[in-house]
Design a protein around this ligand. Structure first.
Ligand code: ZN
Length: 296
């Protein structure tokens, strides 16, 4: 494990200058969905974390999307206690991997205090990398796991709303909440999720004038105490970033940019939005507070 304190490299402020993202928000932010175990971060993961912290993104939840990445997410959370947290679950793309052995391993992972949610799990009928029936079974099993361990669910849904909501409704009474991560749907889907009691995760999709413009209006309908912010990096680099990083890789340092776009769309001060969404994330995932000004 690399200690953050004996680093002789550039400090967080210098790192932040390498990837400018606009002004530091007046309130700390939590990136609730970052695929930080992804190999695109292998060369500079510690700098990614430092840049994010310098930009006010003080904590992050590292997404697990298969057994291996869930293990990796937990390992990252252990290396950065209080700053990084993890989810443990299997993405619908990998639904056929949800065997009894994999479920036993996920069960073990969810016993760890750094694992704050089960997922990402759900249904994806857009890419169809796994048969629908396998996806539904894997979703059921992970919702059962979430009910057993008492942790919220981190949900993925694409082009599968009817099946998704039917399965989720069946398990909902036994669950302790959840988030519809990377929400990109329409008004009817949003109403349905809000009515059920889900939190809504908004990514840089909202910055995409070609396919995300509808979200500018829809985010106004999300109660502040259920609006969460995420980058979903390395994916979904906000399209309106100026300048764009040459790598086109998304990273948590851009979360303040997404927060500013969401706040603008809601006609709210950025600080109020940041404060509310951070509180909402802490409440849902039971993430402890951290001293905003504490050095890395
Ligand atoms: Zn997803």
């Amino acid at each position: 494990m690399m200690s953050d304190n004996d680093s002789t490299g550039p400090g967080p402020a210098a790192l932040a200058r390498q990837a400018p993202s606009g002004p530091r928000p007046a309130a700390p932010l939590i990136d609730i969905g970052i695929n930080l175990a992804h190999d695109s971060y292998d060369a500079d993961r510690d700098s990614v974390i430092a840049r994010a912290a310098a930009a006010g993104v003080v904590q992050m939840i590292v997404t697990g999307s298969c057994a291996a990445s869930s293990r990796a997410a937990l390992s990252l959370a252990r290396q950065h206690p209080g700053r990084l947290f993890a989810t443990a679950g299997v993405h619908p793309h990998h639904a056929t991997e949800v065997t009894a052995a994999a479920l036993a391993e996920l069960t073990e992972l969810t016993r760890e205090p750094q694992v704050v949610a089960v997922g990402e799990c759900g249904l994806d009928y857009y890419r169809n990398y796994s048969p629908h029936e396998a996806q539904r079974q894997a979703f059921h099993r992970q919702l059962e796991l979430a009910a057993r361990c008492g942790k919220p669910v981190f949900l993925h849904q694409r082009d599968s709303h009817a099946d998704f909501i039917a399965i989720l409704r069946e398990h909902w009474p036994a669950l302790t909440g959840g988030v519809a991560h990377c929400f990109t749907g329409g008004a009817a889907e949003l109403e349905c999720y809000l009515e059920l009691g889900l939190a809504i995760g908004i990514t840089g999709w909202i910055c995409d004038e070609r396919r995300g413009a509808h979200l500018l209006e829809l985010v106004r309908r999300i109660p502040a105490e259920r609006l969460l912010l995420e980058t979903d990096g390395p994916y979904l680099l906000p399209r309106d970033l100026q300048p764009k990083p040459p790598s086109r890789r998304n990273e948590p340092v851009y979360l303040p940019h997404i927060a500013a776009v969401v706040a603008g769309a809601r006609g709210e001060p950025a600080e109020a939005l940041a404060r509310a969404s951070t509180e909402a994330a802490r409440r849902l995932f039971h993430i402890p507070g951290i001293d905003f000004n504490k050095s890395l």
